[in-house]
Design a protein around this ligand. Structure first.
Ligand code: ATP
Length: 138
């Protein structure tokens, strides 16, 4: 089994119950969960790979605009299965090409896309330990 980090971003918090229903329906176990208000420095570390991108200042504002809800999800193929469920980065496109995806349900555009999922096992390990110090490996 694998673990992945799933996050409901500030614009998606109203959809927490819907997202958790999908999590359960698709057979993920929720190992840990946490609601937390990130500060600017924390977002800069979490999304450091994007620090040179033009959208980065907006991303920091968006991600600090309210609390986020993070979950450690476990199942076979958790990383890629969760990425498939959330759909493409641009929620506007997701509504057309992946109408049943989570981002189609609660996202707005390429920035405000309401959820996050680790993009690899390596990212999952880093992101899980970012939020949950006591879980060290996936
Ligand atoms: P995430 O890492 O949040 O799961 P992702 O892997 O689908 O999303 P990334 O390319 O890693 O997409 O971008 C990280 C986040 O930065 C996106 O989820 C989105 O909120 C924001 N972002 C990405 N591209 C843009 C853009 N062109 N304009 C504004 N914001 C963007």
């Amino acid at each position: 089994k694998e673990s992945t980090l799933a996050m409901i971003k500030p614009d998606g918090l109203n959809y927490t119950d819907d997202v958790k229903r999908i999590v359960n329906d698709f057979g993920f176990s929720i190992l840990r969960e946490l609601t937390v208000q990130l500060d600017e420095d924390e977002v800069k570390v979490f999304y450091s790979e994007h620090s040179k991108r033009s959208f980065f200042p907006n991303l920091v504002k968006y991600m600090t605009s309210g609390p986020v809800f993070v979950m450690v999800l476990e199942k076979v193929n958790a990383v890629s299965d969760w990425r498939d469920l959330i759909g493409p980065t641009d929620a506007r496109k997701a509504k057309i090409t992946h109408p049943h995806s989570i981002r189609a349900m609660c996202g707005l555009d390429s920035e405000r896309n309401c959820v996050h999922g680790s993009d690899s096992l390596q990212s999952a390990t880093r992101e899980i330990s970012f939020f949950f110090r006591r879980i060290v490996s996936t």
